[in-house]
Design a protein around this ligand. Structure first.
Ligand SMILES: Cc1cc2nc3c(=O)[nH]c(=O)nc-3n(C[C@H](O)[C@H](O)[C@H](O)COP(=O)(O)OP(=O)(O)OC[C@H]3O[C@@H](n4cnc5c(N)ncnc54)[C@H](O)[C@@H]3O)c2cc1C
Ligand code: FES
Ligand code: FES
Length: 488
């Protein structure tokens, strides 16, 4: 079923009743013949389908890169969809296109529109920091190229850094308060971009309550990054509930009275990991983000989606489980709370009724001295799901007594595993290599890994052992040195 949606594709106003669950990629290519956006893997892995999505926030349009092969059309109401065609200038190449030509950044060309879209996003909307090669690389971290070996694309990026970075002749554009206006004034971005805030503001929002049509929905779609990979054929023909039409289920606030962070269930990985309150309690969060999916995926993937997908190796799931998170559900009439450690019942079996929407996560504000750590091993370092991952929340008194030990492992059981008995064993003991070794022995009794494409059961046990050890050696190197732990 379709709710009529109104949005802009490039410089054109679109009003459509095409299915809510149709992919933006298919709509662009099949309904609008905008075939510059390529269909590669259709699983979020290659970036050939990259677009930039603009959304009105506080009177300005905020642009983000996403993979259009995982984004439902029904979410586009009031948005600005920028495809590769929308970045073209009338009489010349834009600076990114020119740099790619100058440096031979394109060979067969299939990946090229996706790279250019990601790089243009970095030019347009990446924030205040000076442009860097690393910044460009982060922007195209979700784009794969099988021809160039990336060297020529890196060189094109370096050219752009030289032009727009400090000392470059276009440095003033990067420093401008409104970079899109500055790029447009300099003739480097189509002029219509400067009108988009007013154009989006003129679109009336869809009046829809959070639970409207929820009872009839065959699918609740959040970021769509699991659903479209798993059920992509069915979604365009199904009755879907587009959860992202309810931005009130996003955001992070600190509630000191209740002693929790209130985290909207639709908060994305990127929003969670970049939030100052979260970075204050998890100092290495920025590094952890780098190990999870790619930027366009993290911009879409929500915490609720990760938890309800119920994969034993869900990265955020394992971290949130270690943080003693409570999940809040609503069925349209009543609210229900479930401790995450009691949520998972078996492989992809969990305590949620079909019409319940997860609205919020409650994360206890850690006590003074608490340390949080997370580890992941995957076949590839980037853009790959975990073989085994593990989270830890530990608190140790000044005299070395373990006061809190919440440990999780993903990939060694049918569910994301909270190590209840290991935690109980550790609390009250003195933290040293002997205690950790004994704790690890308990942990092994709680695990039941199986052999699959990601590795043998023995290998996963070994990984879990190493990752659990790493929590202690990384957080408390003075009490548990790696050498002492290995020596026993
Ligand atoms: C290329 C690629 C790379 C990936 N890399 C990683 C990775 O490194 N680590 C990792 O952990 N995951 C990874 N994933 C998996 C995926 O991105 C995450 O699991 C993500 O968190 C899913 O969230 P979503 O919002 O996209 O969920 P969706 O796909 O929209 O939904 C997933 C499930 O949750 C349900 N749901 C979602 N929100 C709610 C809600 N509020 N209430 C009720 N039900 C809800 C949906 O109905 C559906 O059943 C990857 C996926 C892809 C395609
Ligand atoms: S087609 Fe590969 S990421 Fe979309
Ligand atoms: S140029 Fe061929 S895949 Fe990149």
């Amino acid at each position: 079923m379709a709710t009529p949606v109104t949005f802009w594709i490039n410089d054109r106003l679109i009003e459509t009743e095409a299915p809510d669950g149709m992919l933006v990629l298919d709509y662009l290519r099949k309904n609008r013949f905008l075939t510059g956006t390529k269909e590669g893997c259709k699983e979020g892995d290659c970036g050939a389908c990259s677009i930039v999505l603009g959304e009105l926030k506080d009177g300005a349009v905020r642009y983000q890169p996403v993979t259009s092969c995982l984004v439902p059309l029904g979410e586009m109401h009031g948005r600005h969809v920028v495809s590769i065609e929308g970045l073209n200038l009338k009489t010349k190449l834009n600076p990114v296109q020119q740099a790619m030509v100058d440096r031979c950044g394109s060979q067969c060309g299939f990946c090229t529109p996706g790279f250019i879209v990601s790089m243009c996003w970095y030019m347009m909307a990446s924030g205040d920091e000076e442009p860097t090669l690393k910044g460009f690389q982060r922007a195209f971290s979700g784009n794969l190229c099988r021809c160039t070996g990336y060297t020529s694309i890196n060189r094109a990026s370096e050219d752009l850094v030289a032009q727009f970075g400090s000392g470059g002749q276009l440095e003033y554009i990067w420093k401008a308060d409104d970079r899109i206006q500055a790029l447009s004034d300099a003739g480097l971005l189509p002029a219509y971009f400067t009108e988009m805030a007013d154009r989006l503001a003129a679109i009336e929002p869809i009046e829809e309550e959070r639970h409207d049509q929820a009872a009839d929905a065959e699918f609740f779609v959040a970021g769509g990054t699991d659903l479209y990979v798993q059920r992509g054929e069915e979604l365009p023909r199904s009755n879907v509930k587009i959860l992202n039409r309810h931005p009130e289920m996003k955001g992070i606030t600190r509630d000191d009275d209740a002693g929790v962070f209130r985290v909207g269930a639709l908060t994305t990985f990127e929003e969670f990991g970049q939030h100052p309150e979260i970075q204050a309690i998890i100092p290495r969060m920025d590094h952890y983000l780098f190990l999870i999916a790619s930027l366009p995926l993290r911009i879409r993937a929500t915490l609720a989606g990760n938890i309800i997908n119920a994969s034993p190796i869900g990265d955020m799931t394992n971290l949130l489980l270690a943080l003693d998170t409570t999940l809040v559900f609503h069925d349209g009439s009543a609210e229900r709370k479930v401790e995450m450690k009691n949520f998972f019942k078996g492989y992809k079996v969990f305590d949620k009724k079909p019409n319940e929407i997860m609205t919020e996560l409650l994360i206890p504000i850690p006590e003074e001295g608490t340390k949080i750590h997370w580890e992941k091993v995957s076949k590839r370092k980037c853009l790959d799901i975990s073989t085994v991952c593990s989270g830890a929340k530990l608190r140790v008194s000044d005299d070395g007594i373990i006061e809190e030990a919440s440990l999780t492992v993903g990939g060694v059981a049918a569910v994301p595993l909270w190590l209840k008995e290991t935690g109980q064993f550790l609390v009250g003991k003195t933290l040293d290599a002997d205690t950790v070794r004994a704790g690890l022995a308990v942990a092994h009794t709680e695990m039941s890994p199986i052999s699959d494409v990601r590795g043998s059961a023995e290998y996963k046990r070994l990984l879990a052992h190493q990752l659990l050890s790493a929590h202690f050696t990384e957080l408390y190197p003075d009490r548990v040195s790696f050498d002492a732990l290995m020596a026993g």
